[in-house]
Write a protein that binds this ligand. Sequence first.
Ligand code: ZN
Length: 69
Amino acid sequence: MDWGSWVGEVHTVAVTRATCSLCGQQAETDVAPLTWLTSVEDGRSLLYCDRCTRENVRSIEGKLDSVHW
Ligand SMILES: [Zn+2]
């Protein structure tokens, strides 16, 4: 039995990592960390890393403030 080629087959399995839609940063797993934000826009699901989420939250809060005034 040729174990070398068998192991090679296993390693060809591709892992899709969660990637930030804004800066392109990749998570360490295929599942986005809890600190990341998922958003659905125009039927596409977008991912924002913790850094981009913080900047988004700031702009969202700014919009809310302007509505209050
Ligand atoms: Zn990002």
